[in-house]
Design a protein around this ligand. Structure first.
Ligand code: F0G
Length: 440
């Protein structure tokens, strides 16, 4: 919350702009403040239980077989109590993603140790499921029939699945030719009406907002405050898994900056109610060709959108991130930093995460690439306790992987990516002797 805390009795939406702070009913269908145009966030009364009691309840729920307790999102529902009736919850048992140690990746990043919080273990393979379960549940509660989003691929895959599970019609808008086939395939398989638009993410978001208003469709991009509420659970679950020991740093990739906003809000709220005793620092990493937030953090002032964002990490190919005012507030509050990395750095970090037996999609690997730069620059200490969030599954973008390992990957503009850690498949004849000779 950017200004002083105003105690509230019921969940409400509140404008994020410090000079406005206008309040609206939690059931209002709004994505921006009608008064000033600012972003909206959910605001709640203090939870009825104290921190110790909450921790106990969260832990005990892991033993329950009810769908909402089995969800690694809804298990923490006291921390985002926007629903008045949990029968509206739409869950695919999202969350429950592991913390993984990766010594090889730690060494590459200049750290003694690293832990990956791997959101690629979600039902549709990305962190979007944590938010979408909340967005879809709110859509159901509001009696919406149709939901829509623009996406670089993961939001659409997730929304398609949750809409199908909720019995809602899904309308998906994608930048034609600039999302991975794996993600497009998911939207088709889950039955969403899928429109491939000849424009980039930022342009399509403007288009979809107009359509959503005109046609009464519920918008499920991360400008929807309930998506952000769900994504907070990534931090709650991570802290719970660490017995509420706070890491020094949480590192994540930045695109539209919804996740940065969600993590910051989660950490502040956890701190306010005494679940944690300090805030970790947030480190947001962007791809060099799509890094308006990096520029903003460095230069101050307002965000200057990048008109033609480019990166092979298509998930974060965004030039005009809507959530930047929230994200900036969160990074500053945690004394965090913003870094940017090249296509080559992303590619090699990604192959390293693969070699650790973990794997992730390109955007996720920006984390390790960023860590390597931050430790080299002395911003992050080599002995720091670091949690890096891998946002998407290794199978999300197999085309990228195949090209990297067969030395065919080219950055936007045709610059060749060096396949530093290439692991080429070998074509052999069906001949035992020859193969034995080859294997030694
Ligand atoms: N990593 C992955 C794998 C993503 O899909 C995204 C965003 C991000 C990181 C960046 O997160 O936008 O919250 O800063 N993907 C969105 C989509 C934009 O449409 O799927 P952010």
């Amino acid at each position: 919350m950017p200004s002083e805390v105003v105690p509230v009795n019921v969940p409400e939406l509140v404008c994020f702009t410090p000079s406005c702070r206008e309040r609206y009913a939690i059931t209002a269908v709004l994505y921006n403040c009608p008064k000033c145009g600012g972003l909206l966030e959910a605001d709640y009364p203090k939870p009825p239980l104290n921190a110790a009691a909450l921790k106990k309840v969260f832990r005990e729920r892991r033993m329950n077989n009810t769908p909402i307790d089995q969800s690694g999102v809804w298990r923490y529902r006291e921390l985002f109590p926007f629903l008045d009736d949990v029968r509206n919850v739409v869950t695919l048992r999202e969350g429950n993603t592991p913390l993984l140690e990766a010594p090889l990746a730690a060494k590459y990043g200049g750290l003694d140790r690293i832990t990956f919080k791997h959101q690629g273990f979600n039902p549709t393979g990305s962190f979007k499921d944590n938010g979408m379960t909340c967005g879809a549940s709110q859509a159901k509660r509001l009696g919406m029939k149709r939901v829509a989003c623009v996406s670089t691929g993961n939001t659409s895959a997730s929304m398609a699945a949750y809409a199908a599970a909720a019995g809602l019609e899904a309308l998906i808008f994608l930048p034609h030719g600039n999302i991975s086939f794996g993600k497009l395939a998911q939207a088709l398989e889950y039955g969403a009406k899928t429109l491939q638009v000849e424009a980039n993410f930022d342009q399509i978001l403007a288009l979809v907002r107009v359509l959503a208003d005109e046609l009464g469709i519920y918008l499920l991009n991360s400008v929807n405050p309930f998506r952000i509420e769900g994504q907070k659970s990534i931090m709650f679950e991570m802290l719970d898994q660490r017995d509420w020991h706070v890491p020094d740093w949480v590192v994540l990739p930045g695109g539209n900056l919804g996740n940065t906003s969600a993590f910051g809000k989660a950490l502040r709220e956890a701190h306010e109610i005494g679940l944690i005793d300090k805030l970790p620092r947030l480190a947001v990493v962007q791809a060099e060709g799509s890094s308006p937030f990096y520029d903003l953090f460095k230069n101050g002032g307002e965000l200057h959108p990048v008109a033609n964002p480019e990166t092979l990490a298509t998930a974060i190919r965004i030039g005009d991130p809507v959530s930047w005012p929230k994200a900036l507030h969160e990074v500053r509050t945690t004394k965090g930093v913003v870094e940017r990395v090249t296509e080559q750095e992303i590619a090699d970090a990604k192959a390293t995460i693969g070699r650790a037996g973990i794997g992730c999609e390109p955007a996720s690997a920006a984390t390790l690439a960023g860590i390597r730069k931050l430790t080299a620059a002395g911003v992050m200490s080599g002995s720091a306790d670091v949690v890096a969030v891998l946002t998407g599954n290794v199978l999300k973008d197999t085309d990228y992987i195949y090209k990297y390992h067969t030395d065919k990957l080219e950055a936007p503009g045709g610059v060749k990516i060096q396949s530093t850690l290439a692991n080429k498949p070998i074509v052999v004849l069906n001949d035992a002797k020859k193969i034995a000779g080859l294997l030694g």
